[in-house]
Design a protein around this ligand. Structure first.
Ligand code: ADP
Ligand code: ADP
Length: 226
């Protein structure tokens, strides 16, 4: 599904070269739920941006769904990103003037899906995440947990290869966060591949594999690993 080999990401501050990612290698198989766990400044966002095809590495290899990503142009990156990745953010990133249903239909509009089919698919996934009775609500008319469910529905409605979640419970209280993690577990058990970035050890433990990142270096670890 995803294979990263000897990936470096360097930032230059004047003449100073700083390695935010240092010889990072790992493979994620279809159907895995992988947590990337690390403290602030460890390189999580940098890695997320590369996995999400928002940024390119300085060197190394990245293969996503059979395609070599490292050499793609900006335009090709955008195409791969839209097709293969479903993004979930800490801050939900819903469009404030659109209803629940419209927010979830939006990626299907970009994908060129006809309107009847769009509505049908968006409704179905919203029912799946427990929001079948909130279709006309605006984001401000939803609780934080409900907004994150809308964002999750939006991320899966196009059936991307990977769900890429960046601190998905960071803006939620503990109980609501746990409910969102249960939803992730269910979506994973239904066959979806999930990569979740977090600084929270407890949240990371919901994954079935934990990759630790410290100072731009990755190691396997955590009690959940087989
Ligand atoms: P995290 O998401 O784990 O907090 P980041 O990936 O944001 O970590 O950052 C990793 C390291 O790279 C940090 O030391 C940060 O200061 C540095 N860094 C991130 N972005 C830049 C940039 N654009 N220029 C220079 N250094 C950067
Ligand atoms: P929580 O306890 O999860 O924070 P809230 O108290 O924010 O939930 O909301 C409780 C219920 O009221 C939710 O089902 C939500 O959709 C609904 N709700 C919240 N704010 C509004 C609003 N401004 N207009 C309509 N419904 C709302």
């Amino acid at each position: 599904m995803l294979k990263i080999t000897d990936l470096d990401k360097a930032y230059y501050l004047g003449d100073e070269k700083f390695l935010a990612l240092n010889k990072v290698s790992f493979t994620i198989k279809k159907g895995e739920f992988v947590s990337v766990l690390g403290p602030s400044g460890s390189g999580k966002s940098t890695l997320m941006n590369i996995i999400g095809c928002l940024d390119t590495p300085t060197s190394g290899n990245y293969i996503l769904a059979g395609q070599k990503v490292a050499n793609l142009s900006q335009k090709e990156l955008a195409r791969v990103r839209n097709k293969e990745i479903g993004f979930i953010f800490q801050s939900f990133q819903l469009l404030p003037r659109l209803s629940t249903l419209q927010n979830v239909e939006l990626p299907l509009i970009y994908a060129g899906v006809p309107s009847d089919e769009r509505r049908k698919r968006a409704k179905k996934i919203l029912e799946r995440v427990g929001l079948g009775d909130k279709l006309p609500n605006l984001p401000t008319q939803l609780s934080g947990g409900q907004q994150q469910r809308v964002a999750i529905a939006r991320s899966v409605v196009t059936e991307p290869s990977i769900l890429l979640a960046d601190e998905p419970t960071g803006a939620l209280d503990q109980k609501t966060g746990a409910q969102i993690m249960e939803l992730f577990k269910e979506l994973n058990e239904e066959g979806r591949t999930i990569v979740m970035i977090t600084h929270d050890k407890h949240i990371a433990s919901y994954g079935n594999r934990v990759l630790n990142i410290i100072d731009g270096r990755i190691s396997e670890g955590g009690e959940n690993n087989a």
